[in-house]
Design a protein. Structure first.
Length: 527
């Protein structure tokens, strides 16, 4: 089979170019022409986001290459098991909406390290700020740029370093020029188009195979199972059930890149409705991104690399011009994830490190200037890390990415969860986990991913992440009990006090109840 870029005609490249010009024009309008209220900041869009922007921005941030490129590869190889990482997420998105968001809203924080500083102490805030920057550089910038670079290099025929650099450059433009508001508006535009063209690709694939019944019978029955046997090499059900919650709490509830749009909500209700919208959007991850991989396996079973499944479907089934549109939307989806990450990185460094430690009385113009400089620095570091990731050998990139995230998650998930659920959790306990605990978790992950001393020595990465998380929770209890709370007490109320002051909105609760029923039905149907 020819390389993917050989299928592209002049019209396709024209469509890609026009799309990117329109996208940049929208960002330019938001950044330099659209009138802004006095004091509106670069980081939280002036607390102006409604539920549609929040839902599409959260979903768009999550729909990076792991959805576009690696989910199709997972579907090509293992069927729908990878959908667990989309559908199981509704539990933790709901946890964000109904437990964490009221906390964040009541304390009026701009960053999650700021929240942790109020819950524990200033040392905790600074430690979390640095650790959060590392996780954003690794998980959001490095991994996303690497996977995105693979896709762009397939499309354009460029070397990986050129593709990565172009993605970083365009993303930095949005983060520097317009901040969160420009990202939210462009993301909304991009995600609607992504849904339309991806559904078009899925429908075209189903028609090419011969209908839904033919699709169902053309692959082994176990490929339609969400939960695979415990001895499955990549997707055993027990590590997913126990290990994904660790990743889910961190990713959906405590990661600045995901939560930032909720912090920028007009009010709590809009934030909760927006997260609910994200939960509904996560349902369509399977037909949009995993099913094309399954269809590709049926139609083109001899691909040399599963990571080519999505782009292969596009080039083989879509007409000239439409191929360029799909490729443009894929590139835009990658940009939406990267620019959100750059904005979050800039927010944390500027507000939690620069302003708090060095310039508490910095004027708004200086704060924005430092934030923009940090976007550039983050772009360069992200490119370097992406090229480093390219050196890692891995047969299943989707699971490799989940494994890396799984070892970044335990320390943050335990510190946040204990901080919200147990008021007695001490700053000393939190600081030990954020420092020594993080080093231990990352160290274990490093040796596990490299299979040192051998592959049989380590349990499944997600199960290992669960063990580390439980160990950290127990450690926090022991440190608090043995050494007491030698620092100032928490400035925040306990969970019961916070939720007791939140008015239960019937619409919000009703939508979450309906979504829960739908998700339970999906899991019963596919198991």
């Amino acid at each position: 089979m020819k390389s993917i870029n050989q299928y592209l005609q002049t019209l396709d490249f024209v469509v890609v170019g026009l799309y990117l010009v329109i996208l940049i024009a929208i960002g330019f309008w938001v950044s330099f022409i659209k009138k802004k209220k006095e004091g509106e900041n670069l980081f939280l869009a002036g607390k102006s986001l409604g539920w549609k922007s929040i839902g599409l921005t959260m979903w768009g941030t999550n729909v990076g290459p792991s959805m576009l490129l690696l989910s199709a590869a997972s579907g090509y190889t293992y069927g729908i098991a990878g959908a667990n990482f989309s559908w199981y997420a509704f539990v933790f998105i709901m946890l964000l909406a109904m437990v964490f968001a009221p906390y964040y809203n009541r304390t009026k924080v701009s960053t999650l390290p700021e929240f942790i500083g109020k819950r524990y102490n200033t040392t905790s805030r600074e430690m979390l700020a640095w650790y959060s920057m590392v996780t954003i550089l690794v998980s959001w910038l490095g991994l996303t740029l690497f996977a995105g670079g693979l896709l762009v290099s397939q499309i354009m025929g460029w070397p990986l370093w050129v593709a990565v650099s172009v993605l970083a450059g365009i993303s930095a433009f949005f983060a520097i020029a317009g901040g969160l508001e420009a990202i939210a508006i462009t993301n909304s535009f991009q995600m609607v188009l992504l849904i339309v063209v991806s559904f078009g690709l899925t429908i075209a694939g189903i028609v090419e195979v011969g209908g839904i019944a033919e699709v169902y019978h053309s692959i082994p029955s176990e490929n339609w199972q969400l939960f695979l046997p415990r001895d499955h090499p990549e997707y055993p059900w027990l590590p997913i059930v126990l290990g994904y919650p660790v990743l889910g709490i961190w990713f959906w509830c405590t990661d600045q890149s995901m939560v930032q749009s909720v912090l920028g909500a007009k009010n709590l209700k809009q934030g909760q409705l927006g997260t609910n919208f994200t939960g509904w959007l996560k349902i369509i991850d399977m037909p949009l991104f995993i099913l094309p991989g399954i269809l590709c396996f049926i139609l083109f079973p001899e691909l040399t690399a599963p990571e080519e499944a999505y782009a292969t479907m596009v080039t083989q089934l879509m007409p000239t011009g439409v191929i360029g549109l799909v490729m443009a939307v894929l590139i835009a989806a990658l940009i939406s994830t990267i620019d959100s990450a750059l904005n979050s990185l800039s927010t944390i460094f500027t507000l939690d490190i620069y302003v708090r430690r060095f310039k508490p009385k910095a004027k708004n113009k200086e704060v924005i200037r430092i934030g923009r400089i940090m976007v550039l620095v983050g772009s360069l570091l992200g490119v370097l890390f992406a090229l480093l990731v390219a050196k890692i050998d891995g047969t299943d990139l989707f699971m490799l990415f989940q494994s890396i995230l799984g070892f970044l998650a335990p320390s943050l998930a335990s510190v946040f969860l204990m901080g919200v659920l147990w008021k007695k959790a001490s700053p000393l306990a939190a600081n030990v986990i954020l420092s020594l605990g993080s080093a231990v978790s990352i160290g274990i992950g490093f040796f596990s991913i490299l299979n040192f001393p051998n592959a049989d020595f380590w349990p499944h990465p997600l199960l290992l992440s669960f063990y580390i998380f439980i160990g950290f929770m127990i450690t926090m209890v022991l440190i608090t009990k043995l050494f007491g709370n030698k620092y100032e007490g928490s400035q925040l109320p306990v969970l019961k006090e916070t939720l007791g002051k939140v008015k239960n909105n019937k619409l919000v609760w009703g939508l979450w109840i309906v979504l829960t029923i739908v998700m339970i039905g999906l899991y019963l149907f596919f198991n």
